[in-house]
Design a protein. Structure first.
Length: 163
């Protein structure tokens, strides 16, 4: 009995001692090199982007492809301007909409790196799964919004639509 108390006391003392040896230094989280620290980011930006993407995805969900594609722009890196998407990009988008019909969508992530480097990742549920089925029924996509003169625009990359 006395040995048990001694062992328990020794274990408690060792735990307290080991916890007291913990370093007091704070480890700073690394900052992503894409983050522009001079860009102001507010909850208003997140709300505006969420509403814009929600409106876009609702148009796609209900088959209003013309309204959805009318909301899309392409950002020209060299001129730093927004351009109307080419017919090729618009056709790829419409094929994407038809190929991956959605019954539900969710906005998964909004990354505001800079005014011209922002990502909105979303997931589309294409069909219902029966109970117990393990058939993949979701697909992830990404939009690349840009903030020009304080206004957010939905953009897609010129080379690739599905990410």
């Amino acid at each position: 009995m006395r040995i048990t108390r001694l062992l328990v006391s020794l274990i408690v003392v060792m735990m307290v001692w080991s916890c007291s040896q913990k370093s007091d230094s704070v480890i700073a989280e690394p900052i992503d090199s894409r983050v522009d620290l001079s860009m102001s980011r507010t909850i208003k930006d997140t709300l505006e982007l969420s509403a814009l993407v929600e409106r876009y995805l609702t148009c796609v969900k209900y088959g209003d492809f013309e309204a959805a594609t009318a909301m899309i722009s392409v950002y020209n890196d060299s001129t730093k301007t927004l351009e109307v998407p080419s017919d090729s990009i618009l056709n790829k988008l419409k094929v994407q909409y038809q190929s991956f019909p959605m019954i539900r969508f969710s906005i998964d992530e909004i990354n505001l790196y800079s005014e011209t480097d922002t990502e909105v990742r979303y997931t589309v549920e294409m069909f219902e799964c029966e109970e117990g089925e393990n058939i993949p029924n979701t697909m992830g996509f990404m939009l690349l919004p840009k903030r020009i003169d304080g206004v957010w625009y939905l953009c897609v990359g010129g080379r690739s639509i599905i990410r």
